[in-house]
Design a protein around this ligand. Structure first.
Ligand code: GCU
Length: 690
């Protein structure tokens, strides 16, 4: 039974168990933790015994001695004995699962760990009750596992309500305000708790006029949302505008060094935490794509971030300050400016200047959530700064949730990439604050976290494409354990989503999804050159030169002789010099640069021979055609599953697959034809070019 310390998360665990016993039978007896001792006979008479927050004299006392006052227990004893020694000084989110006698015992250091442990048992199903299940001790690598929602209250005529959202409207807002009925949010919160996500920012990083007011007039509504997330161990954050003092406070400036501005932020933060005592903090996009920031006042981003950090520090709040700062008014004629360099150039010199409660939130690549990018060197460049890595679950550049594109393998590559300390420390290590051999003397490295843009909306299937749910699932699981195998995570998701399904469902979905990211890459922009997407359709579909003469700094420089961006130190923009060893040298040298990133780092002739043995141009021709053959082969395979999965789901996936085939064909034909026309080199395979 929940004791006085268990709080709303403890209540959730009880509610989950009630729900489970009601649905599947069995008995659950809730005994007051502060009441009389639980004797063995009582325990034996029940299928499941739950003790949350035992206190002195409570039922856990006898088996959880005073030395372990925060031991928690779920014991599911179908026939067996309640027995066991699961004590230990666990962190609140640390979970141990062990078989004791005939009993599966889940013990955690806090209610939230118990919730994760319970969901872990649900994931495992019967396997958690097998005699040889063993003894497992788990805790998340990084303490903050966050989802950012780019949801607006207002509906934008072009963007819709959710910026880069492909799953309908917002689950939070309707009719110009926070929804009265938050039951959908409650389901979402439960889902996030089940995959270990523990932080959510509920509005767009581009903070428009209506949404800016969530910070002030809208606080009571934000508190209602926080009430819904809290029982699942999820803290609520807001994206805030750096321009708030002028916009909301009527001040004459937003200058971070102005005392009135500082006082305004402090008073505002006081009100936020007075309303929501466990509020998480702020996410800030400043001096980025038109959002206000400190540059207007001749200040830098440490001044800007610390302004907010000092306002929230007394409340234990955190500021997630985004590093996505670049010149979005670039002249395409200017060949020296390289957008990929921008974040490092702005932020690396500021290392050591950020307050301890600032986390620098860095997109995984130096450009913008591309299908294939090098990992951002900023992640390794600031050893005295807490860094969070930002992923994108919403499929902005990966097919708008119309295309099957399982992103688990991409994120796994990014998080596991050995970026620093001579390729021994991974991106996930850095984001988790794990000390490295070159951690500066005296530096108090703390974790930044892992964060991502959410892909859900009020769509019937939550994510538009039902198979895009797997991305949300895999994100949470990889944020918990970045070393998890993304294909195994797909198995977990398949088991939970299609329980008891015919084995053909699993086989087919594995065949589609395992390599779907690589398939998508093969019919879109080649070899890490990026973009080639249609600016007028929100980055959907091919437009090879769509960004070539634009202000956005994203060019491929294809001409009649070759393609790619020379980012070398020797002859290009010098971007490779931003990497630590050995990557600076690996990327600089054409001989060692990996094929898949060749055009990200080098401009090469079409006849350049890849490590794979084929030329760049023939690779472009072949992979686009092969990938479309793959996607076409999915259509009859999906058709064969009719009747084996829910009819509505079947219909939705069928409709999306038809669109994927159409769109991939368009990509294939446009890209192949474009490069034939540029280069005049025929396709050796003889497949059609137009
Ligand atoms: C991309 C995206 C924008 C978004 C921006 C960001 O550029 O297209 O919609 O605002 O990223 O991450 O801030």
């Amino acid at each position: 039974a929940p004791g006085p310390d268990a709080g709303p998360v403890g209540e959730t665990v009880v509610a989950e168990l009630r729900r489970a016993t009601a649905a599947h039978g069995g008995t659950l007896t809730v005994v007051d933790a502060a009441g009389p001792r639980l004797d063995d006979a009582t325990v034996r008479a029940h299928d499941l015994v739950l003790v949350v927050a035992p206190r002195a004299g409570g039922p856990g006392q006898r088996r959880y001695p005073d030395a372990h006052p925060t031991a928690y227990l779920v014991a599911a004893a179908t026939a067996g004995r309640y027995d066991g020694e699961t004590g230990g000084q666990f962190a609140p989110d640390m979970v141990r699962r062990v078989r004791v006698g005939g009993t599966t015992v889940v013990a955690a250091g806090g209610a939230v760990g118990l919730l994760y442990g319970l969901h872990g048992v649900v994931r495992l199903g019967e396997r958690a009750f097998q005699a040889d299940d063993g003894d497992h001790l788990e805790r998340p690598l990084t303490p903050v596992r966050m989802l950012d929602h780019w949801d607006n209250i207002d509906v934008h005529p072009v963007m819709g309500q959710v910026e880069r959202g492909y799953a309908g409207g917002s689950i939070f807002y309707a009719d110009g305000r926070v929804r009265d009925d938050l039951s959908r949010v409650a389901d979402y919160a439960r889902l996030l708790g089940s995959i270990g996500v523990n932080a959510v920012a509920i509005n767009n990083v581009n903070v428009h006029a209506t949404e800016a007011r969530l910070l002030t007039d809208g606080l009571a509504d934000v508190a209602r949302v926080a009430d819904v997330f809290r029982p699942h161990g999820v803290r609520t954050y807001l994206s805030v505008s750096f321009g708030s003092p002028m916009r909301l406070g009527g001040l004459a400036t937003n200058d971070p060094l102005d005392p009135d501005v500082q006082a305004w932020w402090a008073a505002t933060a006081d009100r936020v935490w007075a309303t929501i005592p466990d509020f998480g903090g702020f996410v800030v996009k400043a001096d980025s794509e038109g959002q206000p920031g400190p540059f207007a006042y001749g200040r830098d981003h440490a001044d800007g971030a610390n302004l907010l950090a000092r306002a929230v520090a007394p409340h234990g709040g955190t500021v997630f300050w985004r590093a996505f700062v670049y010149n979005h008014e670039q002249d395409w004629r200017d060949r020296r400016t390289d957008r990929a360099r921008a974040a490092y150039d702005h932020f690396a010199p500021l290392d050591g200047r950020f307050d301890d409660n600032v986390v620098l939130q860095v997109k995984y690549g130096p450009l913008d959530f591309q299908v294939r990018e090098a990992v951002s060197p900023v992640i390794a460049a600031m050893p005295r700064t807490r860094v969070a890595v930002e992923l994108q679950v919403t499929q902005e550049y990966t097919g708008h949730q119309k295309h099957v594109c399982y992103l688990g393998p991409l994120w796994s590559d990014v998080l596991g990439f050995p970026l620093a300390e001579d390729a021994t420390r991974t991106v996930a290590d850095i984001a988790s604050g794990l000390p490295g051999p070159r951690t500066p003397e005296g530096a108090q490295l703390r974790a930044g976290g892992i964060t991502a843009v959410s892909n859900v909306g009020d769509d019937e299937f939550w994510t538009g494409h039902p198979l895009a749910q797997a991305n949300l699932y895999a994100y949470g699981r990889l944020a918990w354990d970045p070393s998890a195998d993304p294909v195994a995570l797909l198995d977990e998701w398949l088991d939970l989503t299609f329980p008891g399904a015919d084995p053909r469902v699993r086989e087919t979905l594995h065949a589609f999804m395992d390599d779907s990211w690589l398939t998508y890459e093969k019919y879109t922009a080649p070899l890490g050159v990026c973009f080639m997407v249609d600016p007028l359709r929100g980055h959907y579909g091919p437009n090879v030169d769509g960004y070539e003469y634009s202000k956005w700094g994203t060019y491929h420089f294809a001409d009649r002789d070759g393609i790619g961006v020379d980012r070398t130190v020797a002859t290009g923009t010098g971007f490779t010099g931003q990497y630590p060893a050995p990557w600076d040298a690996v990327y600089e040298d054409l001989a060692t640069c990996p094929d898949e990133l060749l055009l990200f780092f080098h401009h090469v002739p079409y006849q350049h021979v890849l490590k794979s043995g084929t030329t760049v141009i023939q690779h472009i021709y072949d992979t686009r055609a092969d990938a479309v053959d793959v996607v076409e082969s999915w259509v009859p395979r999906w058709e064969a599953l009719r009747g084996l999965v829910d009819d509505r789901l079947h219909a939705r996936v069928a409709e999306r697959l038809a669109e994927q085939v159409r769109s991939a064909t368009e990509w294939r034909d446009q890209v192949r034809t474009y490069f034939f026309r540029k280069s005049g080199v025929p396709d050796a395979s003889g497949r059609p070019i137009y």
